[in-house]
Design a protein around this ligand. Structure first.
Ligand SMILES: Nc1nc2c(ncn2[C@@H]2O[C@H](COP(=O)(O)OP(=O)(O)OP(=O)(O)O)[C@@H](O)[C@H]2O)c(=O)[nH]1
Ligand SMILES: [Zn+2]
Length: 357
C-alpha cells in the first residue's frame, strides 16, 4: 500500500457525510451507504429501485436472533451478516436495525431474513471502516456495479489503522497543577486525524520512567462523570508520576476504548437498560476493546523510551507494549476507590476483561 494512499481517509469522510463508498478485498467489491449517514434523499439516490440489502455486524445480528440462519454462516465468520431487502425495510426500519440503543422503542421490527454474503472479507473491512469513522457498523448494501463516491481497498483501511507514520509534530513547556517541570509533546500520523500527546514530567534519571497510558474519556476526564474511574485515574497518575521524579503520561485519543464518543454514549444508553460495558460494546457490533496500544509504543520510542514502569491494572496494556517492543519492567497497580455509580463497571472490568482489581 502506497504511503500516499488517501483512500481510507476519503472513505471515512464520505461515510460520515452519507456518500456511497465501495470497499474492495480479495473476494470482491461492495458498495455501501452508512445507515447512520443516510437520509431519505440519499437513500433514494443510492437505491432508486428499493432493492438494496443491509449489512450488519454479527454482534448486532446475534441480538436480533439472525445469526442462526444457515445462509449467513460465511459472513458470520467475517463478523458480518447480510439482511435481505423486504418491502418494510425503509430508512426508519434500517436505523432501528442498526442501533440497539433504540430496541426498547422498536420492539416489533421485522421479520428479517439473512442471505449469503458474496464478499465477507470486503464486508469485514467495511465494518472496520465504520469504527474508524466513529459510526455504527451498519450499511445499506447496493446491488451490482453501482457507482460510489470513493473506492477503497481493504489493505488501505488496515494501513490507516497502523501507526507507521507517526511523528512528533510540536513540543513546548507546559506547567500543570501536578508538576511545574512538565513538557507536552504532540504527535501526528498523516493517515489519521487523532492527535495524541505525551506529558513528560520531571527529569530523566537513568531509571525507566513511570508511564501511564490514558485513553481519552471526555465524560470522565473533563466532565466529572462518576460512571467510570477515568477522571480520578488521570489525576492520580499525574500525581504519582510527579512524585516519582520522572515519568510520562500518554494521552491517547482512543475515546470509548476506540469506538468514539457517540458510540460510547450509545453503550451508556444500553447500560441504562441493564447491559454491562462488555455486552454493550458487543451489541453495538464492536469488539470489547478496539484499542491498539502499538501507537503508545511508537510514541514512547519517538521520545527515546523503550523500558518503562507501567501504571495500570490492565494486562492488555502490558501485552500491547511488550508486543510492540517496549519492555515493561514492572507493573504498578492503579486502582481507585469505587463510587455507587461505577461500582458495577469496575466489577465488570475485574470479572470480564481481566483487569487486576
Ligand atoms: N465503550 C466503552 N468505553 C468506555 C466505557 N467506560 C469507559 N470507557 C472508555 O474506556 C477507556 C478507559 O479504559 P478502562 O478499561 O476503563 O481502563 P484501562 O485504561 O483499560 O485500564 P487501566 O490502565 O487499568 O485503567 C476510555 O477510553 C473510556 O472512554 C464504556 O462503558 N464503554
Ligand atoms: Zn471514563
Amino acid at each position: 500500500m502506497s504511503s500516499l494512499d488517501r483512500s481510507a481517509a476519503r472513505a471515512i469522510d464520505a461515510l460520515r457525510r452519507g456518500w456511497p463508498v465501495a470497499v474492495s478485498a480479495a473476494d470482491g467489491r461492495l458498495v455501501l451507504l452508512a445507515i447512520e449517514g443516510a437520509d431519505d434523499a440519499r437513500l433514494a439516490r443510492f437505491d432508486p429501485a428499493g432493492a438494496c440489502a443491509v449489512l450488519l455486524s454479527a454482534g448486532r445480528a446475534a441480538t436480533l436472533h439472525l445469526t442462526n440462519q444457515r445462509d449467513a454462516a460465511d459472513g458470520e465468520a467475517a463478523g458480518a451478516v447480510r439482511i435481505a431487502r423486504v418491502p418494510w425495510l425503509d430508512l426508519a426500519a434500517a436505523v432501528a436495525l442498526a442501533d440497539p440503543a433504540l430496541d426498547l422503542a422498536n420492539p416489533l421490527s421485522g421479520p428479517w431474513l439473512t442471505e449469503p454474503l458474496e464478499a465477507p472479507l470486503a464486508a469485514a473491512a467495511a465494518l472496520r471502516l465504520a469504527r474508524l469513522a466513529g459510526l455504527l457498523p451498519a450499511f445499506f448494501l447496493a446491488t451490482g456495479d453501482t457507482a460510489a463516491e470513493v473506492e477503497v481497498q481493504a489493505a488501505a483501511i488496515t494501513a490507516h489503522d497502523a501507526p507507521a507514520r507517526l511523528a512528533i509534530a510540536s513540543r513546548a513547556r507546559l506547567p500543570i497543577a501536578a508538576a511545574d517541570a512538565c513538557e507536552i509533546v504532540a504527535f501526528r500520523n498523516p493517515d489519521d486525524a487523532a492527535e495524541h500527546v505525551a506529558l513528560l514530567i520531571g527529569a530523566p534519571n537513568g531509571q525507566p520512567p513511570l508511564v501511564r497510558l490514558h485513553s481519552e474519556c471526555l465524560t470522565g476526564d473533563a466532565l466529572g462523570s462518576l460512571k467510570c474511574d477515568c477522571g480520578p485515574q488521570l489525576d492520580a497518575a499525574l500525581a504519582a508520576i510527579a512524585a516519582s521524579g520522572w515519568g510520562v503520561l500518554l494521552y491517547l485519543r482512543q475515546e470509548g476504548r476506540g469506538i468514539g464518543l457517540v458510540n460510547k454514549l450509545r453503550a451508556y444508553a444500553l447500560q441504562d437498560q441493564g447491559f454491562d460495558t462488555v455486552d454493550a460494546n458487543v451489541r453495538l457490533g464492536f469488539a470489547i476493546d478496539e484499542r491498539d496500544f502499538g501507537v503508545a509504543a511508537a510514541m514512547l520510542r519517538l521520545i527515546g523510551q523503550d523500558r518503562v514502569r507501567l501504571l495500570t491494572n490492565n494486562p492488555a496494556k502490558v501485552a500491547g507494549l511488550e508486543a510492540a517492543g517496549v519492555a515493561v519492567e514492572t507493573r504498578v497497580a492503579h486502582a481507585m476507590t469505587s463510587n455507587p455509580h461505577n461500582h458495577h463497571y469496575l466489577e465488570t472490568k475485574r470479572d470480564r476483561t481481566g483487569h487486576m482489581l
